[in-house]
Design a protein around this ligand. Structure first.
Ligand code: NAD
Length: 249
């Protein structure tokens, strides 16, 4: 079990990739806090995880709402939990033929970028008090390249996640906090997808995928698990050279 005695908070855990991550982390021994705005779905999944021998709890958390994050962290502190992992997974699509729509821009930046920033603000704050942790931010291939059918607000929101990740990684490395991002390509459609959920449209999207198939949520979950676990610790457990590796060995 790679996450024994750890606590993992996953946002957007009621559906899709977040749900797959919640199940995998629970199977690997972590206590999982599933956070989402779709309470019924999240509570149902939490119950399933607990009934199959895992340890999970559901918490209503709108990632855009700072007061929700304050409540989340208060909850963690009141129960004397050590937060080891934050998976900033919650996100919305901006899939629409109206590529210049400002409301879509504002909305997607609010959830995908502000939500991730707030997650880091509150959870890194908690991790600093308890000796470190790991943050995994779910970005997208859209945060790396331009795509003819993707609203620039979505690309911008995910590009921002990529660079906020790099900023946080260098700012908190010395405090024992690792921060990484993951950039999935074509996956099963998001619940908020419209145009890009159309099977005919998806055929066009798959033309850019060399393996000619969508990624599976479990495949992304495995990558998240690796980055969150001590397998990706960089230094923990390794025999460190006394001079930090300045001289050849
Ligand atoms: P999904 O729609 O299946 O799940 C997203 C979850 O986020 C839902 O449970 C939803 O309720 C939750 N959510 C939305 N707004 C929220 C808010 N304000 N506060 C809390 N929770 C909120 O989508 P998914 O495909 O599982 O996507 C997960 C992540 O992966 C997203 O960040 C998405 O942008 C990213 N991504 C998705 C794809 C894809 O093609 N599906 C590709 C690359 C990256």
């Amino acid at each position: 079990m790679r996450m024994k005695n750890k606590t993992t908070l996953i946002t957007g855990a009621s559906n899709g990739m977040g749900a797959a991550e919640a199940k995998l982390f629970a199977n690997e021994g972590s206590h999982v806090i599933l956070a989402d705005i779709q309470d019924d779905l999240g509570e149902k999944l939490t119950e399933e995880i607990n009934q199959s021998g895992g340890s999970a709890e559901y918490f209503h958390l709108d990632v855009t709402d700072e007061s929700n994050w304050e409540k989340m962290i208060l909850h963690i502190r009141e129960r004397s939990m050590k937060l080891d992992v934050l998976v900033n997974n919650a996100g919305i699509s901006a899939s629409s033929p109206d590529l210049l729509n400002i409301d879509i821009f504002d909305n997607v930046m609010k959830v995908n970028t502000r939500g991730v920033f707030l997650g880091m603000k509150y959870c890194i704050g908690a991790m600093l008090e308890t000796g470190g942790g790991s943050v995994v931010n779910i970005s997208s291939i859209s945060g790396i390249i331009g795509q003819s059918y993707v609203h620039m607000g979505y690309s911008g929101s995910k590009g921002a996640v990529r660079l906020m990740t790099k900023s946080a990684a260098v700012q908190y490395a010395e405090s024992g906090i690792r921060v990484n991002s993951i950039h999935p390509g074509v996956m099963p459609p998001m619940t908020t997808s419209e145009m890009t959920a159309d099977p005919e449209f998806r055929k066009i999207m798959l033309e850019d995928v060399p393996m000619n198939r969508v990624g599976l949520v479990e495949e992304v979950a495995n990558a998240v698990l690796f980055l969150a676990s001590d397998d990706a610790s960089y230094i923990t457990g390794a025999e460190l050279p006394v001079d930090g590796g300045l001289t050849a060995r």
